[in-house]
Design a protein around this ligand. Structure first.
Ligand SMILES: NC(=O)c1ccc[n+]([C@@H]2O[C@H](COP(=O)([O-])OP(=O)(O)OC[C@H]3O[C@@H](n4cnc5c(N)ncnc54)[C@H](OP(=O)(O)O)[C@@H]3O)[C@@H](O)[C@H]2O)c1
Length: 176
C-alpha cells in the first residue's frame, strides 16, 4: 500500500511518501480501507517527538481518517467492527464465516448515524482487474501450509483452531 512515513523525528524533511508492506491485522484489530485523512496537530507533535513518546521508525502517522471497515467474519467480529466506527462511519459486510445472526446494538446505529452496506461478488471484468494485481505481484497470495491429502485431518485442525495465516492447501500424496 502507499503511505506517508516519518523517517525519524524532526522537521518536515522527515516526511516521506511511498510503498510500504500491507498491514497484518491482529486478533483484536480491524483494518480500515482509508479513503482520506485529515491532519491533526497530533501529527505535527508526533513528527517533532514528545517526551515519553517512544516510536519505532519509520513510523506511519495518522490520527483522523475516513474509510470503511470491511467485515467478512460475521458473529465473532460484528460488534467490534461496529464499535470501531466513528460517527457517520460505514461498515461493509461481504461474508459471515462465524455466523450470520450477530447481535446489533440498534441504538449505536442510529445515535452514531452508521451505515451498514452489503456487498456481493463482482463482474468478470472486475474479478480480472483484481486478479491482475495478483499476477503482477502487487498482492501476495498467503499460503499457511501445503499438506498431502493423507493429512487432511491436520489441515482441518489448522483451519478450525485458526493456527497460522493464509490458505491451507492439500495436494495428492504422490505430488509431495
Ligand atoms: N459477498 C459475497 O459475494 C461472497 C462471496 C463468496 C464468499 N462470501 C462469504 O465470505 C466469507 C469468507 O469466505 P472465504 O471463501 O474467504 O472463506 P475462508 O477462506 O474460509 O476465510 C475465512 C476467513 O475468516 C477468518 N475467520 C474465521 N474465524 C474468525 C474469527 N473467529 N475471527 C476473525 N476472523 C476469523 C479466517 O481467518 P483465519 O485464517 O485467521 O482463521 C479467514 O480469513 C464466507 O462467509 C462466505 O460465505 C461472500
Amino acid at each position: 500500500m502507499q503511505a506517508v512515513q516519518f523517517a525519524g523525528h524532526g522537521g518536515t524533511e522527515v516526511v516521506e511518501y511511498g510503498a510500504v508492506p500491507d498491514p497484518e491485522v491482529g486478533r483484536d484489530e480491524v483494518l480500515v480501507d482509508v479513503k482520506a485523512g485529515s491532519l491533526n496537530h497530533l501529527d505535527v507533535w508526533t513528527r517533532r517527538g514528545m517526551p515519553q513518546l517512544d516510536l519505532d521508525m519509520p513510523h506511519v502517522p495518522g490520527s483522523d481518517a475516513a474509510g470503511v471497515v470491511v467485515d467478512h467474519v460475521g458473529e465473532a467480529t460484528w460488534s467490534d467492527s461496529l464499535r470501531s466506527l466513528a460517527k457517520g462511519g460505514r461498515l461493509v459486510t461481504c461474508g459471515a464465516t462465524t455466523g450470520g445472526r450477530p447481535e446489533t446494538h440498534v441504538q449505536r446505529l442510529f445515535w452514531n448515524q452508521l451505515s451498514v452496506l452489503g456487498s456481493t461478488m463482482a463482474t468478470l471484468g472486475e474479478a480480472d482487474d483484481a486478479l491482475s494485481l495478483v499476477w503482477d505481484g502487487t498482492f501476495d497470495v498467503r499460503i499457511r501450509d501445503v499438506l498431502p491429502m493423507s493429512e487432511t485431518a491436520r489441515a482441518h485442525e489448522l483451519l478450525e483452531n485458526r493456527e497460522g495465516f493464509g490458505k491451507v492447501v492439500v495436494i495428492p500424496d504422490s505430488e509431495r
